[in-house]
Design a protein around this ligand. Structure first.
Ligand SMILES: *[C@@H]1O[C@H](CO)[C@@H](O)[C@H](O)[C@H]1NC(C)=O
Ligand SMILES: *[C@@H]1O[C@H](CO)[C@@H](O)[C@H](O)[C@H]1NC(C)=O
Ligand SMILES: *[C@@H]1O[C@H](CO)[C@@H](O)[C@H](O)[C@H]1NC(C)=O
Ligand SMILES: *[C@@H]1O[C@H](CO)[C@@H](O)[C@H](O)[C@H]1NC(C)=O
Length: 396
């Protein structure tokens, strides 16, 4: 049997400690089998060589091989199958599970209580090509890209967005935890972020993409914040206003009411959106990329409720960087920037305390960065692990 797992799930789970209260599986590692529909889990608090023998099985999920696994906070995971192209991705599915580890406080120490992982049956979703899954404000938005087909005589699957209310999760099928769903015009590769009850920030396809023009870009044209009835609350789709647009969007972060959207180099920066819940007002502004970094852009962010900074990657084809910023920052300067020795395959905040960042480089080296001082990352260790590939395959 060959198991493949992402760097994220391995690192995120393996190093989390008992001090964690949220956002971590407390040492339980979930691994999807590349050759069957099984998802295994391993308790990593024993001897590491016991990894292969302590595996247990969640079996028969969706009958699909090699699913993706995401941590969606508060001890829950999402098991995602994006679907296959020949079925226009309509066989895609998302299952939510409680990880089965809870913390019991004994004053001076905390014990981890373990039970079997169980399916949260009232949030099962079928949709085409779920790619971005965003956990914010006790809700999870699932953005299903759909299937684009420029031939108008043939079928296309529009983008659909689902919002799951985590406070309604249950082990029984009814009542549903799906608080909202909406079909968008066209099919594109975008994102939705739950901002507040009944408020959803959601990307909008390019007009030519909606018109099904061949080879039109899958990336969003901009964003809108709308309520569950589709009323516009804030327009972030104003082409010539850098403070209200985000061309070529890729990558988002949401920490409390502050949202960051990564835009391409022709937009020239990040779009920061600030939501004030008491007045239900939105403001937005662009945080421009620094000079001297032609053709660089942000493509993904790291965030954590315990971290003071949002981390962005900042790459061109030839140069690879990370930078850290507080959402109140007015301008990004060189001393927010950290140059990486190689392209990063992926990075993750340590889940329990968010005091360090792990970065897996394409060279196979994991670097660990300390993010507690003002000037961002001072390098605390390198080469702790050497992995051959970005996705590890392990034979058992
Ligand atoms: C598992 O799948 C991989 C990739 O498709 C294949 O190379 C390998 O032979 C399969 N292993 C088994 C045991 O079926
Ligand atoms: C799907 O998108 C098209 C535009 O591409 C739009 O005309 C149609 O109304 C959408 N379908 C639904 C169900 O919203
Ligand atoms: C779209 O892209 C394909 C592949 O690159 C190319 O063969 C085709 O001519 C393009 N079509 C248009 C209308 O540009
Ligand atoms: C991280 O940096 C801070 C401030 O410089 C320092 O106090 C802390 O000990 C460092 N942590 C590690 C793990 O090196």
């Amino acid at each position: 049997m060959v198991l493949s797992f992402s760097f994220f799930s391995l690192m995120a789970s393996a190093i989390s400690g008992v001090a964690a209260e949220r956002l971590c599986t407390n040492g339980r590692l979930f691994v999807a089998d590349a050759n069957s529909s099984s998802v295994h889990y391993f308790d990593l608090d024993g001897e590491l060589e016991a990894l292969t023998s302590t595996g247990k099985l969640l079996d028969g999920i969706a009958e699909i091989e090699g699913q993706a696994i995401y941590s969606v906070g508060d001890n829950e995971i999402a098991i995602v199958h994006r679907g296959v192209e020949t079925a226009m991705y309509e066989d895609g599915s998302i299952y939510f599970y409680r990880a089965g580890t809870t913390l019991e406080s004994h004053g001076d120490h905390v014990d981890v209580q373990k039970s079997e992982p169980s399916e949260l049956q009232n949030a099962k979703i079928n949709c085409a090509r779920a790619t971005h899954i965003v956990d914010h404000d006790d809700k999870i938005a699932v953005f299903c890209d759909g299937y684009f087909n420029p031939d108008p005589s043939q079928a296309q699957v529009n983008t659909t967005v689902y919002v799951v209310d985590k406070t309604l999760f249950s082990f029984t099928a009814e009542p549903t935890a799906i608080a909202h769903s909406v079909v968008l015009a066209g099919s594109h590769h975008g994102v939705a972020i739950p901002v507040d009850d009944d408020h959803l920030l959601v990307s909008v396809a390019l007009p030519e993409r909606v018109a099904r023009v061949e080879n039109s870009s899958a990336l969003p044209n901009g964003f809108v914040v709308q309520d569950y009835n589709g009323n516009l609350l804030h327009n972030l789709n104003v082409a010539d206003d850098k403070d209200r647009s985000c061309v070529g969007f890729h990558g988002s972060a949401a920490v409390e009411g502050k949202l960051a959207l990564g835009c391409d180099s022709s937009h020239g920066g990040i779009l920061l959106v600030d939501y004030e819940p008491t007045s239900a007002m939105y403001t937005s502004r662009s945080l421009l990329y620094p000079n001297g970094f032609a053709d660089h852009r942000v493509g993904s962010f790291l965030e954590h409720p315990r971290a003071r900074h949002i981390i962005g990657n900042f790459n061109s084809d030839l140069s690879f960087n990370m930078f850290a910023f507080d959402p109140t920052l007015e301008s990004i300067s060189d001393n927010h920037m950290l140059s990486l020795p190689a392209k990063a395959c992926s990075s993750a905040y340590e889940q329990a305390e968010a005091k360090v960042i792990f970065t897996l480089l394409a060279t196979g080296v994991v670097q660990i960065y300390n993010n507690s001082d003002e000037s961002f990352a001072s390098h605390v260790g390198a080469g702790m692990f050497v992995l051959a590939l970005c996705v590890v395959a392990m034979k058992i």
